[in-house]
Design a protein around this ligand. Structure first.
Ligand code: TEU
Length: 549
């Protein structure tokens, strides 16, 4: 039943709830705001939404520190509002995915509070990774692991009877203790969390840190702590990508299949699988494990024709054995936005702080390329507006724990999380309203006016219309979505391929025009594209047969 396999070529829109639309005037986006925005997303033409975490949380990492997996944080609404959002989305034919965070919880979660209160050797401590320190008085951490957001991956607790005691493991901030997935109580609780939300009608989950969960059982020293610290990425082979994790995904998949068997609707598990190679990543995508894993090697690819060809080829080769499809992504809430990223690449010539230079043209071309590739795709809110990164937020407003823990602005993520501009000429640009509306939780630059949704909708040359038309063609043309891709011979700066029986996509990574691979005007192009020519920094789609060269 093809309808059941809706996810194989779905395009999902990532909603960063905090920054989408604020219905209460507190300057923070909320679930009611998302509900108000659904018709906008329907018009754009996506198949569904993924909601960033909205659970009760002290917000040390904007909700990726969950204190209660079965509730809505009052800042974002309540369960009744959540139910209305799901009902409205389904009425519009939009799927709803939740973000689930199984690797760690909040230090305010009742389990962790109990672990602190109950002391060493308690049942509550065995839900986490507590260990005695090294050194004469246990004053050194149990091993040399580094946390992803800087500093040691261990913090020491004060015991209730007084004095420094054991250490606990946290691969992210100290407010995000890692759960012990070898404890069956952890597994059982997450099963019940999945059921809780599936029973409320959700269509699946985006799984945070899906290559985490298990650590080497003996917690030995990392072979290269300097690399762990420097890259702040999942490179420590003892902390990530342990074989046991696959058993959890098999259990979660079986649970999803149980719901599908009941009503015929596929539930989706899409993993944020940060591993080193595309083939390591493809190992998570199996008929009995995850349906999808974000393919981050496209997101991290430099603006370079050979790099793009290589990562796309690898993705297609690696997925072939899995029975699934590739999950393409160019932007998310952790990464510098494409417009700014590509402007900073050689020849991009963009002033770092704006949408200048070739950044926008390249981002438009990359979008059209992504929508032409076989498989599924994710769009991050604001991508459809061509929003640049806000790179000049003052230190005082930054909220990212990466900044506060490392003291460095490198890799900080606030700049892609600034609240969306909807309308008007000045902040808050319709993001928040009401007579005593608070300012948006991160300040919006004046130039956001150029990118507001009202302007984007009114201008047929906007990013918005490119995404809308690309998505509409994906729906109407059988050549797009799932199916075959065949590379075409092309000039050195050009990536060209044909989909199915005769949809040609070509991207010119260079700056000089080249002859188009197909005569006549394109169906859709990311920039001005006269018949017979493909200008620099432009992508286009044609129907027809490529001219032999
Ligand atoms: O990110 C996991 C992760 O590996 C990040 O370190 C990511 O690689 C980094 O932010 C890129 O700069 C997930 C979430 O997407 C992120 O927002 C959370 O902060 C993190 O998990 C912890 O839950």
């Amino acid at each position: 039943n093809p309808a059941q396999r809706w996810w194989r070529d779905a395009v999902i829109y990532q909603v960063y709830v905090r920054s989408f639309l604020d219905s209460t005037g507190d300057g923070i986006g909320d679930l009611a705001g998302v509900r108000t925005g659904l018709p906008y997303l329907k018009k754009l033409g996506v198949d569904g939404i993924w909601l960033s975490p909205f659970y009760p949380s002290p917000q040390h990492d904007h909700g990726y520190d969950v204190a209660d997996y079965r509730e809505v944080d009052p800042v974002y609404g309540d369960l009744a509002e959540f139910d209305r959002l799901v009902a409205d989305a389904h009425r519009l034919g939009l799927k709803v995915l939740l973000d689930i965070v199984p690797n760690h919880c909040s230090s305010e979660h009742p389990w962790f509070r109990a672990a602190l209160a109950d002391g060493p050797d308690s049942a509550a401590r065995s839900l986490f990774h507590f260990a005695d320190g090294r050194g004469e008085h246990g004053e050194l951490p149990p091993n040399n692991w580094r946390a992803m957001f800087g500093g040691p991956a261990w913090s020491r607790v004060e015991e209730t009877e007084g004095g420094a005691g054991q250490w606990y493991l946290h691969m992210f901030t100290p407010e995000q203790p890692d759960l012990n997935w070898r404890n069956p109580a952890v597994r059982a609780d997450f099963d019940s969390v999945l059921r809780f939300w599936l029973d409320r009608g959700v269509d699946g989950f985006r799984i945070d840190v899906a290559a985490g969960l298990f650590k080497h059982p003996e917690l030995p020293d990392s072979p290269d702590p300097a690399a762990d610290e420097r890259t702040r990425d999942s490179v420590n082979p003892l902390a990530w990508n342990q074989p046991e994790v696959h058993q959890v995904w098999r259990e979660w998949r079986a649970l999803c299949e149980e719901y599908t068997a009941h009503d015929g609707r596929d539930r989706l598990l899409v993993g944020e699988v940060s591993v080193r190679t595309p083939s390591e990543q493809a190992a998570y995508v199996r008929p009995d494990e995850l349906h999808q894993a974000f393919f981050f090697h496209l997101l991290t690819a430099r603006w370079d024709v050979d790099t793009f060809r290589k990562v796309i080829s690898e993705a297609l080769t690696d997925i072939a054995g899995t029975g699934s499809t590739v999950t393409w992504v160019l932007n998310n809430h952790d990464q510098v936005r494409t417009v700014t990223r590509y402007a900073a690449e050689p020849g991009g010539a963009g002033p770092a702080e704006s949408a200048g230079g070739l950044g926008p043209a390249r981002a438009r071309a990359a979008a059209l390329l992504m929508l032409a590739l076989p498989g599924a795709a994710y769009i991050y809110q604001g991508e459809e507006l061509g929003l640049p990164e806000v790179v000049d937020l003052p230190d005082e407003v930054l909220t990212d724990p990466i900044f506060h823990r490392t003291g460095s602005r490198e890799k900080i993520r606030d700049g892609c999380r600034v609240p969306l501009p909807w309308s008007g000429h000045a902040s808050p640009f319709g993001f928040t309203s009401g007579t005593d509306a608070a300012r948006p939780w991160l300040p919006q630059p004046e130039w956001f006016a150029e990118h507001a949704t009202d302007r984007a909708l009114a201008d047929t040359r906007s990013f918005w219309h490119l995404y809308r038309e690309g998505l509409a063609l994906r729906r109407s043309l059988p050549q797009l979505g799932e199916g075959t891709l065949r590379w075409l011979d092309s000039p050195p700066q050009v990536l060209a391929f044909v989909r199915g029986d005769g949809l040609v996509c070509a991207v010119n990574f260079g700056t000089e025009p080249v002859p188009a691979p197909v005569p006549g005007l394109p169906l859709l192009a990311s920039g001005d594209c006269p018949a017979g020519t493909l200008p620099g920094s432009t992508a286009a789609w044609w129907m027809g047969t490529p001219e032999s060269r």
